[in-house]
Design a protein around this ligand. Structure first.
Ligand code: ADP
Ligand code: ADP
Ligand code: ADP
Length: 213
């Protein structure tokens, strides 16, 4: 399967991805995770991306399209993929169409994590992540077994610098202005499935499974 996950920050994309990925043996490409590791490693890409990320603005289309084009070449992505956080602009969606056309494949489903903005601040400010795997936890909704520690590796969890109420505002603005048109773009192609993303994680998983079965 070739899937795209779209939704505002904190809507649960990163939480559902590993479950879908394991069930269907797909590769999981999260542009946010890839950009954060480039920033941490201070690669040329990271240096270019850092400022926009810290302000809660989108990184330039060319940078993210380049990362996805490279990543889609991985052997693990040949059977199918989950794009988590990409495309976030209509230009990115058009570029993705070109890339997939060249590979003779197309998108099967776009999962739209539909949720009201008012729920997101609590989700974002309570989020803790395990940077190297991208796993996310929540102090209230999904606490790790030991506070501040990843369940799987025992490594420390961190809070993202952009997971503040103030930066969330900019990220939501970017979502409504630049990413909602992407949902319309795919609606016209008839591939969008809306998910009730405000429900508890397990219920969202059940809805995802219904859509994909
Ligand atoms: P996204 O990848 O869309 O930004 P995450 O999956 O990282 O969102 O979820 C944001 C935060 O909310 C995390 O701390 C996560 O543990 C928590 N969370 C995810 N899904 C739910 C849910 N359905 N209900 C409550 N909290 C959730
Ligand atoms: P969230 O999990 O909260 O939805 P992400 O981790 O996907 O956020 O993205 C974090 C930041 O990385 C974004 O605010 C943006 O600056 C940058 N970013 C990620 N994906 C893209 C993309 N497809 N296009 C432009 N910028 C992106
Ligand atoms: P600086 O050296 O300027 O303090 P940081 O090392 O704090 O830069 O990294 C800049 C950005 O990358 C911040 O938004 C931070 O949250 C994020 N970040 C740093 N290390 C990681 C990591 N290992 N995984 C994910 N994000 C990271």
């Amino acid at each position: 399967k070739r899937l795209i996950l779209v939704g505002p920050p904190g809507s649960g994309k990163g939480t559902q991805s590993p479950i879908i990925k394991d069930e269907y043996c797909l590769c999981h490409l999260a542009t946010g995770d890839m950009l954060r590791s480039a920033v941490a490693a201070k690669t040329p890409l990271g240096v270019k991306a850092k400022e926009a990320m810290e302000k809660g603005e989108l990184v330039s289309d060319d940078l993210v399209v380049g990362i996805i084009d490279e990543a889609l070449k991985k052997p693990s992505c040949q059977k199918g993929f989950i794009l988590d956080g990409f495309p976030r602009t209509v230009v990115q969606a058009q570029k993705l169409d070109e890339m997939l056309q060249n590979r003779g494949v197309k998108v099967d489903k776009v999962l739209n994590f539909a949720i009201d903005d008012s729920i997101l601040e609590e989700r974002i400010t309570g989020r803790w992540i395990h940077p190297s795997s991208g796993r996310s936890y929540h102090t209230k909704f999904a606490p790790p077994k030991v506070p501040g520690v990843d369940d799987v590796t025992g490594e420390p969890l961190i809070q993202r610098k952009d997971d503040t109420a103030a930066v969330l505002k900019s990220r939501l603005e970017a979502f409504h202005k630049q990413t909602e048109p992407v949902i319309d773009y795919y609606s016209k192609k008839g591939v969008v499935a809306n998910l009730p993303a405000e429900k508890p994680p397990k219920e969202v998983t059940v809805e995802v499974q219904k859509v994909l079965s």
